[in-house]
Design a protein around this ligand. Sequence first.
Ligand SMILES: Nc1ncnc2c1ncn2[C@@H]1O[C@H](COP(=O)(O)OP(=O)(O)OP(=O)(O)O)[C@@H](O)[C@H]1O
Ligand SMILES: [Mg+2]
Length: 709
Amino acid sequence: MTPDTAWLGQSFHCEGWRDEMALRIASFDWSGTAMGPIDRWSKSLRAAVKLMLASPAPLVMLWGRPGTMIYNDAYADFAGGRHPFLLGKPVEEGWSEIAAFNRHVVDTCLSGATLSYADKRLTLHRNGQPEDVWMDLHYSPVAEDDGHPAGVLAIVLETTGKVLAEQRRDAAERAFREANERLQLALSSGIVLGTWVWDPTSGRISGDERFVKTLGLQGGIDASWPFEALAERLHPEDAERVLASMNKALYSAEGRHEIELRVRGPQGQYRWALSSGRCEFDAADRPLRLPGVLVDIHERKIAEDKLLRLTQTLEERVAEAVTARVEAEERLRQVQKLEAIGNLTGGVAHDFNNVLQIISANLQLIELATRDKPDLTRRLHVMSEAVARGGKLASQMLAFARRQPLNPAVVNPAKLIADMCEFLQRALPESIKLTTSVANEAWNLFVDRHQLENALLNLVINSRDAIHGGGNIWLEVANASFADGHANGLALPAGDYVRLAVIDDGAGMPGSVKARMFEPFYSTKAEGQGTGLGLSMVFGFVSQSAGCVDVQTQVGEGTTVALYFPRCRQAETANEDGARPRASRGGEVVLVVEDDDDVRLSTIDMLAQLGYKVLSAQDADSALEVLQMNHDIDLLFSDVVMPGTIRANELAKIASAPPYRATVVFASGYTRDIIFHEGRLDEGVVLLKKPFTFDDLARTVRHALDARR
Ligand SMILES: Nc1ncnc2c1ncn2[C@@H]1O[C@H](COP(=O)(O)OP(=O)(O)OP(=O)(O)O)[C@@H](O)[C@H]1O
Ligand SMILES: [Mg+2]
């Protein structure tokens, strides 16, 4: 027997009473539920169901303690995939994912209370997967015929769409607020030079306070200006570009404007700025306005420019560095080569000197013994001259080897040049003009004056030889200060120097000659015209004087040879060069110490001829013995380099100290550190250069003995 559902049968034009849910409810078997068979439903329940079905709002009734679910068409829509499964189900089974929530609802309302939630968020599985749903929920009890609460009526209004929209709006508002904050920060950071708006219709531009101030425009923020008024404040090269960029923005799809420009400041100086904006269009794509901002990019632009220049010159600088390195290596090779040749030359010169000394001494002794034979005397004289030439050669070689004894003094270069000028002029033919120029207040030098004169003479003669026909030679003196030891390219330590330069407009030197010019005996001159020792000597002397030589030369243009000497801060001392003591005969006791037998014998002979009482020893050890036995020795005449355990300077120290108090004269053709410090004679040490003449020996010994008194 089908249940009696006539009470649901007639719709009376109410759609809810004949739609899907009315049919489903009528045909559903309710007998197994808390509601019991439909034909036994109470009046109240029937009324409530009809009320619910008629409502356009989603309504659901939860009946009895299990909360058996019965709902209308609108709720069926809300339930999605869960419908029609929900119909007749206890609510905790129907919506198992929110069972606890519904249990509370049913219990609360069955006790007579109501519940209301606005935008209640629940996670439902309406279509197979979890989904956040927001709802306005209103629960109220439904009475049975006897009046007690038997069910719960729920109005379920889904608000998910509204909530999500609100969330989106909130997020948008937050984003807007943040963007606005950032904009305000940027505007107040000083990077922004102002904001502006261009009205394409009127062609006028207005701007904020900063913009007006940056461009130094007249008028307030309400004012506007034609572009020409702005153009006057921009760099002349930029104005046209800026206008073109703004115009382009009006007709491009994106409407973007961006350009770097220079704005003139109040003092006329320009600053780099970036102008950028985006055109706004109306519905018909007509340009409405172009708002923009002016940003300070000066520092960045300057840094970029610098970087650009840096990269552009990088290649050049690498090439320069490589060249400098190659040159430095070449210089080093050159120095090493000269050093090696110097050692060799110095050694040869030493032996050569000793040989000359023997010849010279014996020649002079023969000369003394044969005064009455004029024929022989003449020949002896020729031989003496040859020995003297050889001696000069040896001393030039020693000069190159930086082993010549120097006798430095304070020299005023201005005076030196003035003194030399006439003499130099005489060495030059009339076709060559010598011009000297000495800087005001040229600093003093501390050098061997004689050697410096010699060096300058050598340079002038080299220039003379390089000038064919007529030409010029300039002699220049100037001060030179180097702050950075390497910047000068001369391998000189930083400091103050005096530069003496001999410049000519002669033939100049090709690279092959320049590379070898300092080598001793290197000469391009015809046989007998040059020994090739000139520049060698100059090089040795200048190096030994803590200076350096710089040669710049160009074939066909000329040559500059510059000598740099360290500045001396002392005033020039009186010229002591004056009268030399003349040789005179003495009766004093002289001890000669010399390891070379021939040299020793000839020296003894000469001293004896001069009237001295002569003792001798062949090394320092035996000299010390002689010294100890003869306390009356007045003068020790000693070679510098000798075999034995005692060195010459140690012997000299003993001899000059009490009780002997002898005067010391060294004889040497080749000097090492023992009597020199940095190439200079120790204070009070007398040196006689080998080979010496009879006269040199007489004068030196006499002078040393006289100075003792
Ligand atoms: N001012 C100069 N112009 C052109 N070439 C020069 C100049 N000075 C030197 N030279 C070249 O350097 C070479 C060596 O010079 P250096 O003075 O050492 O020897 P020299 O002049 O040939 O001989 P010496 O100086 O011993 O008489 C010269 O032969 C010449 O080729
Ligand atoms: Mg020369």
